[in-house]
Design a protein around this ligand. Sequence first.
Ligand SMILES: Cc1ncc(COP(=O)(O)O)c(C=O)c1O
Length: 431
Amino acid sequence: MDEKYNRRGKVHFVCTLKVMDLEYIVPYIGKGSTFDEKEMEVIREILMSDKTMSCAEYRRIFEEAFAKFVGVEYAFALTNCTVALEFASYLAGIQTGDEVISTCFSYQATILPLLQRGVKIKFCDIEPNGLGVDLNEFRKLISPKTKAVFITHYGGMIVKDIEEIVRISHDNNAIVIEDCAHAIGSSYAGKKAGSFGDFGCFSFHSLKNISTLGQGGMITLHNKKWADVIRKIRGTEPDAVFYDANVKFGMNKAPYDDIERHAKNAYIQNCSLIKYSGTNATLSEPSCAVGSIQLEKIDSFNSRRREIAIRLTNGLSKIPEIRIQQTTDQDYHIYHLYTFFLRDEAQIDRDEFVRRLKMKGIEIILRYFPLHLLPEWRFQGGEFGLCPVAERVWFKEIVNLPIYPKLTNNQVDYMIETIKDVIYEMVLEVK
Ligand SMILES: Cc1ncc(COP(=O)(O)O)c(C=O)c1O
């Protein structure tokens, strides 16, 4: 260990331990459960009863509550957000040769379903505060050829200029798909994530603001026509055009309705067009039951996250080398991620900064490497220089701190003090 002095004149030690050997003082993944007796009770009840665990009452209750919470007509519980995004892409009718616009600053799942479909992705650069698509860049990319637009409410803050982005998209007949994986309960001017565009896609993975036993997702929408399709295709039924035909299978006849409904249809119907093939992608009853209970708690989880964010912002905003993410009084940011930025002019090496925070027990995971530079998208034409703001933010500026409801104020204060110390140390080194 090396002895050093910090600005308050106290001796502290610079650990030369390998990062991997550290027990984090502030781990990235929160310790402590967000589940309690309520979730345990409902799971126990389901397991001990002879109720079905598939496609029943708990799913209906969860979906209705979720649709009401978001402010949309329809919500369908699916296995995860990636599948919800896949459904949205499918219903948007995106096909080989089509063109779409996507944010370049998101998790790879946002456009993963398009990877093998021969779709031309126009990656849109971001505005450097909320990290949603930049309106001016967006205007340059959209055209009547744009089939769909993928946006992500990064970290739980609604994309800036969302209403304008949706309006321009619709003027060009493009469908808007909101990736709301980080944004359960986020709103702008009182309107919630998942209600602005044509589809909202949510995640209930363990790390998200609420969770349905590790995996889970929801798709939200206003449109009845699409809702009718989802109802079928998530439950192994194709969406097809059927007509009455009274088909003959030799001497055999149709079974009675109460014996086998599907088989009966096979005797009376013919099919002239398959519109959407089906799949099996619904969420189980125990997961939906837990989801409903977690949804009742979302406001308190989000409030605690916002309290932590305010404490962090109060502590960090006086540091001149740091740029804080700004919100307006219309934003209800739910801080799935707490993000701040190192100012380029401070010349602090971001990677070294993060390494030192880790050495001092703060676990940092940076989110997300720009999509257009991932190997699979480089292979399809993505290149460095395409989205300069996102690239600058990613390679030089962005830092995401651990944040979750069970984080203690002591941990928050420890992060603030440690960041101050590390910046002080590094500024001296630059001079
Ligand atoms: C922005 C974003 N979109 C989509 C997903 C995929 O969510 P899921 O794991 O529920 O498929 C994630 C998961 O981390 C995400 O962060």
